[in-house]
Design a protein around this ligand. Structure first.
Ligand SMILES: Nc1ncnc2c1ncn2[C@@H]1O[C@H](COP(=O)(O)OP(=O)(O)OP(=O)(O)O)[C@@H](O)[C@H]1O
Length: 360
């Protein structure tokens, strides 16, 4: 089966800057892709190219098997929603939503029916005659969404549509948005730099760093295995090292990997003694409980401990400038700053990443 959207080797330059570098991806019908990346990573540029607002310097985009290069933006069957809603201030809600339909020549009665349907879908029934300049930020985004959905686009592109809203509203709208898109079985690309939003909204996530598509996978898979050191760091993993940076004791966990190989240690995968609950209590009993060889136990000093409400973050100093970050559940009594602790890495919580580190 052919994918709905096929993006092949897109390259884009802005002056001497290569904004997009060999982007290739496919989207199936009804799939939601979130484009995640830091500011300047190229997310908006890729979206603008998909929409036809910018041309790529190289590469090809096909929608429904049709090459989009010669197709004007408004004939691509692509809908757009931006962060600032960009509504027409002199028109009411109904006229805003009907805009694309009227432009496409739809009769008034028919378009009115579609507008009502769309307003119901986005939870704004009964607000047809309201002026848009009197609406709240969340309502404006719902109108913008209804306007983009009304002409039944084949592909919907959303650029940080919730970016200007406060946290609570943003979470609620993100949930509603996914429900709405799924109800319509719409294929969508959603740009965000908010990780929670990307993970909760997307069927798949594409991580864009410095114009390169570093990783594209299901949220669970991306979280379980970030792939490269750059993606791991971007996702907030604090313990990404090369083998040669590790103190000898920790190195032992990784067998005979080469010095340059990057590895990741999950902060929640660090067991501290005597802070691992054990039936008999005491270090020895704990050691046998976690079932590791004595040789795997290492010593470090607590450099810093911070409480974050849902967990403790503890910085463990191994000497020689090497610091490991651990994350402890609140149910554990964390050691005092300056205390000497023994620690062990839990099974499955440390692993090699797939390439050597690159300077970025
Ligand atoms: N028209 C342009 N002219 C010059 N440089 C541009 C232009 N458009 C984008 N860029 C540059 O390309 C890079 C990627 O920009 P882009 O807006 O696509 O990133 P982004 O990931 O969407 O960032 P943000 O999250 O801040 O919106 C940036 O360095 C930006 O300055």
């Amino acid at each position: 089966m052919k994918s709905l959207l096929e993006v092949e080797n897109i390259e884009k330059w802005h002056g001497l800057l290569k904004t997009l570098d060999g982007i290739s991806l496919c989207l199936e019908e009804g799939e939601i892709l979130t484009l995640l990346g830091p500011s300047g990573g190229g997310k908006t540029t890729l979206l603008r190219i998909l929409a036809g607002l910018e041309n790529p310097d190289r590469g090809r985009i096909c929608l429904d098997g049709r090459d989009l290069a010669p197709v004007e933006p408004h004939r691509r069957g692509v809908g757009l929603v931006f962060q600032d809603a960009a509504l027409f201030p002199h028109l009411n809600v109904e006229a805003n939503v009907a805009f694309g339909l009227r432009m496409a020549g739809m009769k008034k009665k028919e378009s009115q029916h579609r507008v009502f349907e769309m307003l119901e879908l986005v939870g704004l029934s009964g607000m047809e005659k309201r002026r848009v300049d009197g609406l709240s930020g969340g309502e404006r985004q719902r109108v913008a969404l209804a306007r983009s959905l009304a002409p039944s686009p084949r592909l919907l592109l959303l650029d940080e549509p919730l970016g200007a809203l406060d946290r609570n509203l943003r979470e609620r709208l993100a949930r509603d948005l996914r429900t709405i898109l799924k109800k319509q079985q719409l294929t969508a690309v959603f740009v965000t730099h908010d990780q929670e939003e990307a993970f909760s909204l997307g069927d798949r996530i594409a991580v864009l760093l410095d114009g390169r598509l570093e990783r594209m996978d299901r949220p669970e898979a991306l979280s379980a295995y970030p792939g490269s050191p750059a993606v791991a760091r971007f996702l907030g993993e604090p313990n990404v090292f090369t083998i040669k940076e590790l103190p000898a004791g920790l190195r032992g966990y990784f067998g005979d990997l080469s010095d340059e190989r990057a590895v990741l240690i999950r902060p929640e995968g660090i067991g501290l003694l005597p802070f691992i609950p054990a039936e008999g209590g005491g270090g020895r009993a704990c050691k046998s409980l976690v079932g590791e060889k004595d040789a795997a136990f290492l010593s470090a000093h607590v450099k810093e401990r911070r409480f974050f409400g849902a967990f403790f973050r503890v910085e463990l100093d191994f000497g020689g400038g090497f610091v490991l970050t651990a994350r402890l559940p609140v149910s554990m009594v964390p050691p005092e700053e300056g205390a000497e602790v023994e620690l062990v890495l839990k099974e499955g919580m440390f692993f090699a990443l797939n390439s050597v580190q690159r300077d970025r």
